[in-house]
Design a protein around this ligand. Structure first.
Ligand code: DX5
Ligand code: ZN
Length: 223
């Protein structure tokens, strides 16, 4: 198993001082920055685009930026986010006309590709593309908003996905996104996740470092 990565979702950060917030959460021990892109079309909310990613790079953020595209169509946004300094880019298979082509676009633009599964999206979309994936992101809430509750059925889906990854022999990270908290992160890791998005659990607390330390303490107990 790879080292665990904690990826705060800046969706719950204070956007009026985003650069400082990202600096602060990285200084508090976060590994990478999770960047939620919503278009009010694929999901019922509107957030941030490539200009903001570029601004964070210009501000001096050097950590990996994990761009989660909740947009349809996806291909043009892939190019724009790669140019804006994204490190990882993932998208939802339902939002792409040609999943293999979109994955290849991410690879060709020098970023690490991921495929995202909504709670009710079947894992069959993994067939035939495992060899192209850097990460698989399982949504444990329906996409669109921070602060929702973890859907417990995702634990079973994590186990299934972990088994598929292990059977494939490919070196693919398994990311979880939605409702991740100090009190469930251990069970989520035990089900197979190794990259943890957490928005409200971190940014809604005054002391980011304390939350991240608590999460790491829970992860240290994983069987
Ligand atoms: C939801 C986003 C998530 C969200 C997570 O569509 O993809 O990244 O911000 O937020 P929490 O951790 O608050 O559930
Ligand atoms: Zn996300």
């Amino acid at each position: 198993m790879k080292p665990y990565l904690i990826a705060p979702s800046i969706l719950s950060a204070d956007f009026s001082k985003l650069g400082e917030e990202v600096d602060k959460v990285l200084a508090a021990g976060a590994d990478i920055v999770h960047f939620d892109v919503m278009d009010n079309h694929y999901v019922p909310n509107l957030t941030i685009g490539p200009l903001v990613c570029k601004a964070l790079r210009k501000y001096g953020i050097t950590a990996d930026i994990d761009v989660h595209l909740m947009v349809k169509p996806v291909d043009d946004m892939i190019k724009q986010f790669a140019d804006a300094g994204a490190s990882y880019i993932s998208f939802h298979p339902e939002a792409s006309q040609h999943v293999d082509r979109s994955l290849q676009l991410i690879i060709d633009s020098g970023c690490k590709p991921g495929l995202v599964f909504n709670p009710a999206t079947p894992l069959q979309h993994l067939d035939h593309v495992m060899h192209k994936l850097h990460h698989i992101l399982l949504m444990s809430v329906n996409p669109g908003f921070g602060g929702q509750s973890f859907i417990p059925q995702t634990l079973e889906k994590l186990l299934q996905t972990r088994a598929l990854i292990d059977q494939s022999g490919f070196d693919i990270r398994l990311e979880i996104d939605g409702g991740v908290k100090v009190d469930n992160i251990r069970a989520i890791a035990e089900a197979g996740a190794d990259m943890f998005v957490a928005g409200s659990a971190i940014f809604d607390q005054a002391d980011y470092q304390l939350v991240i330390e608590q999460m790491r303490s829970e992860l240290a107990l994983v069987n």
